[in-house]
Write a protein that binds this ligand. Structure first.
Ligand code: NAD
Length: 387
């Protein structure tokens, strides 16, 4: 029998090259007339934020530009944006950027109609012990990287000062617009690590507790598309066929992991990213092989399928062999698209292992569909370091 489970998609997604041109009508359909456009410096320079701004203004929507979002969404930046949003009496938020921007936009949409206390109480919101006094204003998310899938996930990953870690504030997006045209300016290295982030979402969604045949289907197709198209997009930024397929892969990986979930790799990536400021996608790329090797002990057939999708000729049904061969395929792929190892990035083994308490203490770690002991966590970090 197939495993039972609920099929969900949090928010509608308009997908396709050029679809950002419809942002004005979509934003208006939520009754918004004055929105804050959240972005960052890089996306502003690349032209994507200005392009969406013009589309919105042509539809008669007043736009308050705020292009000061920061990497990994520090809570202080959310507070600054929300203060502007409150002063300007915005009635909606549009995020145009990578995951850091999309998460900032989501968090701002919840903080503006409430107050900064939302960020202090993030654990209470995440664990369902507290609900927003006032509903978040609509937030329309327009990714400019093919990586995070944040336009389809229920959390804004925020860097909390109080907790000194990355943690999710639950804020469902209202609508996502996934337009590969906005992604053609992403430089090769960022294309590579954001693509590997999407691969890690799909890989972990296969083995999270809530996985379903539906989330598996989306995850496997995302893996296939990333394997086939990431090298081309890294080599030639203007390969729009590859960009478009990667945009779709990132989107469906996001839908898959919002339904299922991510686990060990993301707990470790959040800890390492927070401690050593390594880009999220680079952490995920380097952790995924170790997580696959570990997961193969519980889910050999799923990891075999993953390995095959990544081009490995898996030579045995022994979980150890499957895990090693699938992990090797993902690691070689990451190196081929230019991802440096933790060692090459200058991290010492001691620094790597020092992330264990934060990593193992993170609730996401226990979302893997099987037991994860403290020794497993140490072994995964060591494997990710040596690999
Ligand atoms: P990012 O948003 O930090 O962006 C990386 C760089 O790419 C920035 O300098 C940005 O200016 C630049 N950039 C983005 N789009 C560009 C474009 N079109 N042209 C040129 N430059 C461009 O990186 P990311 O990997 O997209 O996001 C990472 C963040 O997302 C992390 O904080 C991670 O925790 C979070 N995340 C959230 C979720 C979620 O479900 N909410 C899921 C995965 C990751």
């Amino acid at each position: 029998m197939l495993k039972s489970g609920m099929y969900t998609q949090l928010a509608p997604v308009l997908f396709g090259s050029g679809t950002a041109g419809q942002a004005g009508e979509i934003v208006k359909s939520f009754g918004c007339s004055k929105v804050m456009l959240v972005s960052d410096e890089g996306v502003l320079e690349a032209g994507a934020a200005g392009k969406v701004r013009r589309v919105l203004e042509r539809s008669g929507i007043e736009v308050v530009m705020w292009a000061e979002a920061e990497t990994d969404c520090p809570e202080e930046s959310v507070k600054r944006a929300a203060a502007v949003g409150r002063r300007e009496k915005i009635d909606g938020v549009v995020g145009v950027g990578g995951g850091s921007v999309l998460d900032t936009a989501k968090a701002v949409s919840a903080v503006v109609p409430n107050d900064d206390q939302v960020l202090d109480d993030i654990v209470l919101y995440l664990t369902g012990q507290k609900e927003y006094a006032n509903a978040p204003v609509p937030v329309i998310e327009i990714p400019t990287t093919a990586g995070t899938g944040s336009e389809s996930t229920f959390v804004a990953v925020v860097t909390s000062d109080k907790l000194d870690c990355k943690i999710g504030l639950p804020v469902p997006p209202s609508y996502g617009i996934v337009d590969s045209e906005l992604m053609k300016t992403v430089p090769p290295y960022i294309t590579a690590f954001t693509g590997m982030d999407a691969l890690s979402h799909a890989s972990e969604a296969l083995t999270e507790q809530k996985n379903t045949p539906h989330s598996d289907l989306l995850a496997c197709e995302a893996i296939r598309l990333i394997k086939e198209n990431l090298p081309a997009a890294v080599k030639d930024a203007a390969d729009m066929e590859a960009r478009d397929r990667l945009a779709f892969a990132s989107s469906i990986a996001g839908i898959s992991f919002n339904e299922s979930g991510v686990h060990i790799g993301h707990s470790a990536a959040h800890a390492l990213g927070h401690l050593y400021h390594i880009p999220h996608g680079v952490c995920c790329a380097n952790l995924t092989p170790a997580v696959i090797r570990f997961a193969a002990k519980t889910y050999p057939q799923k990891m075999k399928r993953l390995g095959e999708l990544m081009g490995a000729a898996i030579t045995s049904d022994d979980p150890e062999v499957i895990g090693k061969e699938a992990a090797d395929a993902v690691r070689s792929f990451a190196r081929a698209v230019g991802i440096k190892s933790f060692k090459e990035l200058g991290l010492t083994k001691e620094q790597m292992m020092a992330a264990k308490p934060m990593f193992y203490g993170d609730a996401l770690c226990m979302a893997f569909g099987g037991e994860v002991t403290e020794q497993d966590a140490a072994d995964i970090l060591a494997d990710a370091y040596e690999g």
